[in-house]
Design a protein around this ligand. Sequence first.
Ligand SMILES: NC(=O)c1ccc[n+]([C@@H]2O[C@H](COP(=O)([O-])OP(=O)(O)OC[C@H]3O[C@@H](n4cnc5c(N)ncnc54)[C@H](OP(=O)(O)O)[C@@H]3O)[C@@H](O)[C@H]2O)c1
Length: 298
Amino acid sequence: MATVVVFGGTGFLGREIARQLIAAGHAVRVASRQPPVAREQAAAGISHVQADVRDEASVAEALRGVDAAVNAVSLYVESGGLDFETIHVAGAGRLARLAKAADLATLVHVSGIGVSTKSDSAYVRARALGERAVRDAFPEAVILRPSVLFGPGDAFLRTLRSLTLLPVIPLFGHGGMKLQPVHVEDVAVAAARVLDMPAMRGRVFELGGARAYSYRETLELVLEEQHRRRMLLPVPFAVWKLLAALASVLPNPPLTRDQVILMRQDNIPGEAVGTFADLGIEPRDLRSEIEAARRPGA
Ligand SMILES: NC(=O)c1ccc[n+]([C@@H]2O[C@H](COP(=O)([O-])OP(=O)(O)OC[C@H]3O[C@@H](n4cnc5c(N)ncnc54)[C@H](OP(=O)(O)O)[C@@H]3O)[C@@H](O)[C@H]2O)c1
C-alpha cells in the first residue's frame, strides 16, 4: 500500500482517481485550494490538505510523507488573474520539481489529447509546455492525456443536453471534428493502475473511449437520448471566432477562443503513445453507456 496525494482531487476527474486509489488499497490525501464539499471523501478515509500549485510551501507540505502524486488540477478559462501559464506550466513544473526533491517514486500528470507548442490556442500551448516542464523535472512521470470525459455529473453531456433545448442547434463548421469520449472512471482506473506498474514510468498515454464519434454524431446521440428532433445548422468557424471575441468581455464567457480552436481539430488517441490496452483496461463506449442509462431500472 502506498500513500498518494491527488492535487485537484476534489474535481471531476480527481475525485474519481481518489476513489479508485482507495479501491486499489492505497492511502489517499487530496490537495486543493478549497476544502472538499463532498462528505463521501472523508467517509472513505480520504484526508484533505489545502494547497495551491502557485504556492511553493503549500505544495511541499502536501507532498510530505507520500510515495506518489497525481496532478489533476485544471484551469479551462483564464480569469481573475489566473492564467494558463501559471497553472499548467509553472504550477505543473513546481509540483514535479518538488515531487522529485521529496523523492517520490511516481508522479502521474494529467494533460489532454492534442497538446502542441505550435497551437494557436494559448491553452493547448500551455498544456504542451507544462508536459515539458514536468518531464524535465521528473523524467519518470507518467503523462495521461484523456479525450473529453463523460460520466455522472460531467460538463460535456450536460452542455450538449442544454443545447438540445434550442430550436436549432449550431454546429462547429459541419460538425465533422472527431472525439473519443472516455468514461471518467476508466481514466481514473488508468491513473491508479500506472502507479502500480513501474514498467510504465516515463510513458505517455492517450486515453479515448471504445469508439470515436464526430461532433455531429454525439449531438445526434444526445438528441435521441432526450427524445428530441432538431435541425443541426453548420456555422463557419469565422463566425464562432467572432462570437468568442464578443463573449470574451463577459465575466464567465460561455465560449472562448481556445474552445473554438479546439473544435477545429480531432480529439482522438494517436498511434505513437500508450493506450488503455497497454494497461489491460477495456474502455467504455459513449453510446452503450447512454443507452444503458436509458433502460428501465437503470
Ligand atoms: N473534464 C474533461 O473533459 C477533461 C478532458 C481531458 C483532460 N482533462 C484534464 O483532467 C484534469 C482534471 O480536469 P477536471 O475536469 O476534473 O477539473 P475540475 O473538475 O475543474 O477540477 C479541478 C481541480 O483542480 C483544483 N485546482 C484548481 N486550481 C488549483 C490550484 N491553483 N491549486 C491546487 N488545486 C487547484 C480544483 O480545486 P480548487 O478549485 O478548490 O483548488 C479541483 O479540485 C485537467 O488536467 C484537465 O485538463 C479533463
